[in-house]
Design a protein around this ligand. Structure first.
Ligand SMILES: [Zn+2]
Length: 138
């Protein structure tokens, strides 16, 4: 059976793809991680518009877990997320500190739901800034 370092859940947003890739390279995860890319990253786990959206994303994580047995699950939310804005959860244009604080609630909720299902897998929460920074949320 395969054993990978991480299952990474990221937003689709083009502005963050290079930074996320760089982050994974720096942490020696690229090429050793499954990457699930969905609008809003944590959104459809923590605050889905429909149960089907949540089911779909949780199922994708489940496939990564059963096929590749990741050491950890990393959720990367980001500043100025259009998905969170579109559903009225977090407005766009916030500074990074405030945006991070707002995302933390949803990221922690997503972590809780994932750990209810996979309590033996570490869940790491990251907030990506437009400035290229990554902040770990705990
Ligand atoms: Zn986004």
């Amino acid at each position: 059976m395969h054993k990978i370092k991480a299952c990474v859940i990221t937003c689709i947003d083009f502005r963050f793809q290079k930074n996320i890739k760089d982050y994974l390279v720096q942490n020696n995860h690229l090429g050793d991680a499954d990457i699930i890319s969905v609008a809003g990253a944590s959104h459809d786990i923590a605050t889905p518009q429909t149960a089907e959206h949540q089911y779909y994303l949780m199922n994708q994580i489940g496939i990564s877990v059963s096929l590749h047995n990741p050491d950890k699950i990393i959720i990367v939310d980001h500043q100025d997320c259009g998905m969170y804005a579109a559903t009225g959860k977090i407005e766009k244009g916030l500074d990074l500190a405030e945006d991070t604080q707002r995302h933390a609630d949803y990221l922690l909720k997503a972590k809780e739901l994932i750990q209810q299902k996979y309590n033996n897998i570490e869940v790491v929460l990251l907030m990506a800034g437009l400035d290229g920074s990554f902040t770990e949320i705990s």
